[in-house]
Design a protein around this ligand. Structure first.
Ligand code: ADP
Ligand code: MG
Length: 151
């Protein structure tokens, strides 16, 4: 599925729409260069799940775990998601760096959704697991982004 967003707000909206479909256990792997909109999409997902925390790329800490989901969010299945794990593989040397900080524990875990930026660098982390790949890139016009979702 290919989607074009025209501005940052539309990418946030797309993230919210993705969040509505989450049930827990999903692994969302984001590909795309700096500025493609990966963090922006995750911001939308996080908003859609109901966190109020500011979302910034965990470039230096590699992983951030958000757990502040409240029952203010309507819709039954969304209450099942208790944890959004945001990983940024930009600075990792290889997938073992992520294994060493415990990312694997969350992969496919009930009640958790894991979203990984620069996921193409750590493919081995996902061996045998179901992954939703989302490839992001610049569109034809300024502020357009092309987003390809492969389930
Ligand atoms: P990444 O995490 O892939 O490096 P960010 O989400 O941090 O990317 O940054 C995307 C940048 O591109 C932001 O400065 C944002 O304002 C800008 N931008 C412009 N158009 C869009 C769009 N359609 N979707 C997402 N971001 C956009
Ligand atoms: Mg980013």
């Amino acid at each position: 599925m290919k989607i074009i967003t025209k501005n940052q707000k539309e990418t946030i909206e797309l993230g919210k729409e993705i969040a509505r479909q989450l049930r827990g256990r999903e692994i969302i792997a984001l590909e795309g260069d700096l500025g493609a909109g990966k963090t922006t999409l995750i911001k939308g997902i996080a908003r859609g799940l109901g966190t109020r925390k500011a979302i910034t790329s965990p470039t230096f800490v590699l992983m951030k775990v958000y757990t502040d989901f409240t029952d203010k969010i309507h819709g039954l299945h969304r209450l099942r998601i208790k944890r959004l794990v945001h990983v940024d593989a930009y600075r990792v040397k290889d997938w073992r760096d992520l294994r060493d900080i415990g990312v694997e524990e969350y992969l496919g875990e009930k009640n958790s959704v894991v979203v990984i930026e620069w996921a193409e660098r750590v493919k081995k982390l996902f061996h045998g697991k179901k992954v939703i790949w989302i490839k992001m890139g610049l569109g034809k016009k300024e502020n357009e982004r092309e987003i390809i979702i492969r389930k």
